[in-house]
Write a protein that binds this ligand. Structure first.
Ligand code: S3P
Length: 166
């Protein structure tokens, strides 16, 4: 059974997908992203899954996508921001190198921009990001083996710290 070199968790706007690509390039390892896996299987974007089938259905697909990726991928893995909410995923992450890319409200809002393609941010982006950060920070802390501050930093800089510390 293969195991990811590192699993990236953290909120929307933490830079998980970008940092994952940098890490993959540095280590010469494949990169996988659970949102992309879900989109490939469903044949439509995450935002459409939310609209057509609802968040609960998306979360069920996500638990399965994370489980499959943790077992069948030996490169760099980025999880969707809400994946760690599922207890099954929290348990599945035990024994993995989990890097929490931490981000504050100002940087997260700047990076998600208008929130296009992110259904949970529809409406007031700033208020929604703030609520998600508050609710989820303790969970990211609990599952992480390493925490990296991404505030005010470029993906290259963040990736370099991850490389130093894993
Ligand atoms: C979500 C984050 C998104 C995506 C979905 C829900 C969340 O992934 O999985 O829109 O609950 O935080 P990113 O963190 O890659 O944007």
């Amino acid at each position: 059974m293969s195991k990811p070199r590192v699993v990236l968790v953290g909120p929307m706007g933490a830079g998980k997908s970008t940092v994952a690509r940098r890490l993959g390039a540095h280590w010469g390892l494949p990169v996988r992203d659970t949102d992309q896996d879900i989109e490939a299987t469903a044949g439509k974007p995450v935002s459409e899954i939310f609209v057509d089938e609802g968040e609960e259905h998306f979360r069920a697909l996500e638990v399965e996508a994370v489980r499959a990726a943790l077992e069948g991928h030996d490169g760099v893995l980025a999880l969707g921001g809400g994946a760690v909410l599922a207890e099954a995923t929290q348990q599945a992450l035990e024994g993995h190198t989990v890097v929490y890319l931490e981000v504050g409200l100002a940087d997260a809002v700047k990076r998600v921009g208008l929130g296009h393609g992110r259904p949970l941010l529809l409406g007031n982006v700033r208020a929604r990001v703030m609520k998600l950060l508050e609710e989820r920070a303790p969970i990211y802390d609990a599952v992480a083996t390493i925490t990296v501050d991404t505030n005010g930093r470029t993906p290259d800089d963040v990736a370099a710290e991850v490389i130093r510390r894993v």
